[in-house]
Design a binder for this molecule. Structure first.
Ligand SMILES: C[S@@+](CC[C@H](N)C(=O)[O-])C[C@H]1O[C@@H](n2cnc3c(N)ncnc32)[C@H](O)[C@@H]1O
Length: 295
């Protein structure tokens, strides 16, 4: 990718500090590349149904590594204000440094990050609204204090956030962690403003497979009915859809992605799953849905 405004020799000024300090830390979680994937998929999915322009945006389950990353990109692409929301607190110094690094990338590669039809100059002007020098020094409050960016640490099962205060919400790899899914999605519904649109990418795999080769994506389906690892709700796509509808959401889009279970594993799946669902339905490992709250 070519930088439109900067010769490569100028990039050092932006990257020398941030890349040296951040890339040495695995908790940085791939920095701008991760933010790009998460923000772009949410922005594109929402854009089919609503404009980001002048909307109150919420990054649900923003994570602890880079809590302001996706929100900053949505702000640069037209959101009126943003809220980064998560159950866990983050390290503010790291959050500021990661944001500085992301904004550096936005200045260097504006075409990559400017999606809302602004001119490049206007987009870069938006980046310059952040206090880049403060962020570089790890000073989060100073870095964003004059911008409409909020940060709320709360459990979505009993959220400390104004009802009907969000016009657009996106999340990735978050809803599978709601241990009382039915209650949590009712809360999501109450947070959304009338007419509000949300996009959720839900990761249905057994998360133990990310840590250990002893497990695969469906291992937890062989555990009995009362089983819980306290991390994932283990709900299948076929169970999720009606719960979203019962909460009040209109489903604008519901995409399922499947993969093949290991051969013979279907014989180990707990009977209560097989009673309700076909093997094909149990093979779904990702749901991507766009939801609307009635006007
Ligand atoms: C797998 S991480 C995903 C982080 C980020 N969305 C990403 O894709 O990099 C899931 C996040 O959801 C948050 N989360 C889980 N349950 C939650 C709840 N009940 N309320 C608010 N946040 C929650 C976790 O704290 C965690 O940061």
């Amino acid at each position: 990718m070519q930088a439109s405004q900067f010769h490569w020799s100028e990039l050092d000024k932006y990257y020398t500090y941030s890349r040296r300090t951040l890339s040495a830390d695995s908790a940085w979680r791939y920095g701008p590349e991760r933010v790009f994937v998460v923000a772009k998929e949410g922005y594109d999915a929402i854009s089919k149904h609503a404009s980001m322009y002048n909307k109150r945006y919420c990054d649900l389950g923003c994570g602890t590594f880079h809590p302001f990353g996706v929100s900053a990109v949505m702000l640069l692409n037209g959101a009126q204000s943003t809220i980064s929301l998560d159950l866990e607190h983050s390290d503010h110094t790291r959050a500021a440094e990661a944001l500085y690094d992301l904004l550096s990338e936005c200045i260097v590669f504006p075409e990559k990050w400017n999606w809302s039809g602004k001119s490049v100059d206007e987009f870069i002007e938006g980046v310059r609204q952040f206090n880049l020098e403060a962020l570089k020094q790890g000073k989060l409050v100073e870095g964003i204090s004059h911008l409409p960016m909020g940060y709320i640490v709360t459990d979505i099962h009993s959220p400390q956030i104004q009802p009907e205060s969000v016009d657009i919400m996106t999340s990735r790899a978050v809803l599978e962690h709601f241990l009382n899914f039915e209650l949590a999605v009712k809360r999501l519904y109450s947070i959304m403003a009338p007419g509000g649109i949300s996009f959720h990418s839900i990761d249905l795999v057994d998360h133990r497979a990310y840590e250990s080769k002893d497990f695969h994506y469906w291992s937890f389906l062989s555990e009995d009915e009362g089983w819980s690892d306290g991390v994932c709700n283990r709900l299948r796509s076929k169970e999720i859809r009606p719960l979203l509808e019962q909460a009040g959401f209109e489903i604008l889009s519901y995409v399922e992605k499947s993969s093949d279970m290991p051969e013979g594993f279907i014989n180990q799946v707990s009977p209560h799953f097989l009673k309700e669902m076909t093997p094909q339905e149990l093979c779904v490992i990702v749901v991507e849905c766009v939801l609307k709250k009635a006007e």
